[in-house]
Design a protein around this ligand. Structure first.
Ligand code: AHG
Ligand code: MN
Ligand code: MN
Length: 335
């Protein structure tokens, strides 16, 4: 049986005029960086990569050594190839400028270098999430690229994906034409297409939320989760099971595989911050993937991909996954 590697898949996409050559190169470079991150993550204590840096990122979160290592791997891999106009990351306060000695390209790359950092030291799945946008026309402006260039709604993404570093390393990718899953063949060092045409089941009996925040949630979420917990004798008439990995990549990966609903609602602890997850490099790429797989992604009131961002590190409430449940959550927000 002939194997379709990521390279072959991308070349065939270019051949049928779906994927420009520079976008294909970009995805290959990101995939290569993910392989290197996967390798670093897998070393664990032997590589001295566990533990904290003792520094904080722009969100005020403690940076793990692997957050910083992963960020550097992605920057170094992507800065020289001439396919990018700039990058932005969870781990950097401002937009990253492509060094002047390298050519610049048409795209912007935004990423969460290592999602689920709190899982690293306990050997549970983590991942890398990325989003690709076109750089707006700068009318010959050669100066530093500002944050504004990145502030485009998720509908403008030309590609999105994530790598998950679990029992297997996988790359899940959408170029706006469905979702493909590639598994890393560690002996050959290449990603091989193993999951063609991924679809999120429309209904589910599985939900994911951090229940410890319950007392801070808004009324529609309180109602919905209490109905889930009421099981078959409640209004939803079926028993639900709960899973919470505390790494969005792992929770979303489960939902892509067997359905489910993922929730990180806004809550009353920090009213000025709508939720915990970040729009540009967590919610938008994941929402594009989920929609491309037939699921739904909203912030309760609107489609996540339609939100006009106002800042690079903006937060957003997230409800995504199986259509039936996410539509129910939206309906409860409207009532
Ligand atoms: P990151 O490690 O990139 O900061 O992201 C962690 C996020 C997300 O992956 C996960 O769903 C959520 O935080 C977990 O939050 P809790 O700590 O509230 O469980
Ligand atoms: Mn994250
Ligand atoms: Mn992260």
């Amino acid at each position: 049986m002939s194997r379709v590697t990521l390279s072959r898949y991308l070349i065939e996409q270019t051949r049928c005029n779906h994927t420009p050559a520079d976008l294909r190169f970009l995805i290959e470079v990101v995939a290569r960086a993910c392989k290197e991150i996967s390798h670093q993550v897998s070393k664990g204590a032997l590589g001295g990569v566990l533990g904290s840096m003792g520094t904080e990122n722009v969100q005020g979160e403690v940076q793990k050594k692997l957050d910083v290592i992963s960020n550097e791997i992605l920057l170094e891999a992507n800065e020289w190839g001439g396919h990018l106009a700039g990058m932005a990351s969870e781990e950097m306060d401002n937009a990253y400028q492509i060094p002047g000695k390298y050519p610049k390209g048409a795209y912007l790359l935004v990423f969460d270098p290592l999602d689920g950092s709190s899982n690293i030291d306990v050997n549970v799945s983590v991942g890398t999430i990325f989003s690709v946008l076109r750089c707006p026309d700068r009318n010959g402006d050669e100066g530093d690229l500002g944050e504004e260039a990145f502030l485009q709604p998720g509908t403008e993404q030309v590609a999105a994906g994530y790598a998950i570093y679990g029992p297997q390393t996988m790359l899940m990718l959408t170029l706006g034409d469905g979702v493909k899953g590639f598994t890393l063949d560690r002996e050959l060092g290449s990603f091989v297409l193993t999951h063609d045409n991924i679809k999120v089941p429309e209904s589910t009996k599985e939900f994911a939320i951090n229940m410890s925040n319950q007392r801070h949630w808004e009324a529609p979420v309180q109602r919905y989760v209490s109905e889930l917990l009421a099981g078959e004798t409640g209004p939803l008439g079926k028993n639900y099971n709960m899973r919470w990995v505390a790494a969005m990549v792992a929770d979303v990966h489960r939902i892509l595989t067997r359905g489910g609903v993922f929730m990180y609602p806004r809550d009353s602890r920090e009213p000025e911050k709508p939720g915990k997850l970040r729009l540009m490099y967590e919610a938008n790429p994941m929402s594009m993937i989920i929609e491309q797989a037939g699921g739904v992604a909203t912030d309760g009131n609107q489609r996540i991909l339609d939100i006009q961002p106002t800042s690079l590190h903006q937060r957003v409430a997230v409800f995504l996954g199986s259509k039936e449940e996410v539509l129910r959550i939206s309906a409860y927000h409207r009532e």
